[in-house]
Design a protein around this ligand. Structure first.
Ligand SMILES: Nc1ncnc2c1ncn2[C@@H]1O[C@H](COP(=O)(O)OP(=O)(O)OP(=O)(O)O)[C@@H](O)[C@H]1O
Ligand SMILES: [Mg+2]
Length: 246
């Protein structure tokens, strides 16, 4: 561990309910810049909600959510948009604009949010699409892409602004093993080459074992285990232990 290690994302005693239903109960954890956290847990345990809290698309009922050391809870829109610029978000359903080509889907955030010239944008989009194996598909519309291609396109869009922190909601779900492994490779390369912090929601334990520096397990609103893959596989919590060793 270097002394320059900084915290990328931190939850401090986060509570979140919808109506009377408690979704997150006093959740605290942190992840350092350049580390990968895999977030595991059964369906409906609050994994996607956790990512949305990081992006400040939702607000916790109490507690703090810190991104790059700044608490985003209660932050005004002007500062929030600066903090969000540090993050890329691959939504669970890829969330591409269906009326735009793949190229345009990636060029849009660059032309809106940066001062890059048309040529520079073209370079970045082409490079990013090539990185995810879609270099020849820029002219296609999302409807013409297979499930695996959509995932990779969503990932390309999350990466196009070169975020310090990447949030990926089930980046490899519904994909065959080989394509899923390719996505994992891409995520690990992102971390190794750019020092990106990754928070990856996944049901793919095999992938998590490969990618994760830290594993977090959510169950019924509680963070029941947090640590390295080895630590979680020796956890006192049965749900966590079973999940990671399955
Ligand atoms: N905007 C919302 N309004 C009300 N309830 C919500 C909202 N978003 C999520 N929930 C509820 O919060 C709970 C957790 O949802 P979340 O999407 O985080 O689950 P998840 O762990 O990502 O599940 P999955 O593995 O199926 O994607 C669910 O019961 C869901 O119905
Ligand atoms: Mg989800």
């Amino acid at each position: 561990m270097s002394e320059t290690q900084t915290i990328a994302v931190e939850f401090k005693h986060v509570m979140k309910s919808f109506g009377t239903k408690r979704i997150l109960n006093d959740v605290s954890f942190h992840i350092d810049q350049g580390q990968a956290l895999c977030l595991l847990g059964r369906s409906g345990t609050g994994k996607s909600v956790t990512l949305k809290l990081v992006m400040a698309l939702m607000r916790p009922d109490s507690g703090e959510v810190c991104v790059d050391q700044d608490n985003v809870v209660g932050m005004d829109e002007k500062h929030l948009s600066l903090v969000r610029r540090k993050m890329g978000y691959l939504f669970q359903d890829a969330a591409l604009f269906d009326s735009l080509t793949l190229y345009e889907n990636l060029a849009l955030p660059l032309s809106r949010l940066t001062r890059k010239s048309k040529d520079e944008i073209e370079d970045v989009v082409h490079r990013t699409l090539t990185d995810v194996g879609l270099g020849a598909d820029g002219a296609k519309f999302p409807s013409a892409l297979s499930g695996g291609m959509r995932k990779r396109a969503g990932l390309a869009r999350a990466l196009v602004l070169e975020p310090k922190i990447l949030l990926a909601d089930e980046p490899s779900s519904g994909l065959d093993r080989i394509t899923a492994a390719e996505i994992d490779e891409l995520l690990m390369r992102q971390k190794a080459e750019r020092g990106t912090a990754l928070i990856i929601v996944t049901h793919d334990v095999r992938g998590a074992r490969r990618v994760a520096d830290r594993v977090a397990v959510l169950d019924k609103g509680n963070l029941v285990a947090f640590g390295s893959v080895d630590e979680v596989s020796r956890s006192e919590n049965e749900v966590a232990r079973k999940l990671i060793t399955e």
